[in-house]
Design a protein around this ligand. Structure first.
Ligand SMILES: [Zn+2]
Length: 87
């Protein structure tokens, strides 16, 4: 599963939540900025192709020169993301 569509929920709330999470050292959902208390309930996604594409898990290639890092998505946002890719 790969796709570009993800950050369509940019908002002031998201920015505010991320600022708070970062200042507290919390894991947070990249999409909505909400704190992720239990990462077993979240999905780790990776930015690849030099930042052009998002992917997750099975397709990881951390040695790929285009690999840019990994972030968390909460379950709900992950489902939304997958759905947006299917459209
Ligand atoms: Zn989220």
């Amino acid at each position: 599963m790969k796709g570009k569509s993800l950050l369509d929920t940019l908002s002031e709330d998201r920015e505010r939540r991320i600022d708070k999470a970062e200042s507290n050292g919390w894991e947070y959902c990249l999409c909505c900025g909400r704190q992720i208390k239990d990462t077993s309930e979240a999905v780790e996604i990776e930015m690849i192709d030099g930042g052009d594409t998002w992917t997750f898990q099975e397709e990881n290639d951390l040695n790929d020169p285009g690999y840019m890092g990994a972030w968390w998505l909460g379950k709900t946002c992950f489902k939304k993301w997958v759905k947006s890719l299917e459209q």
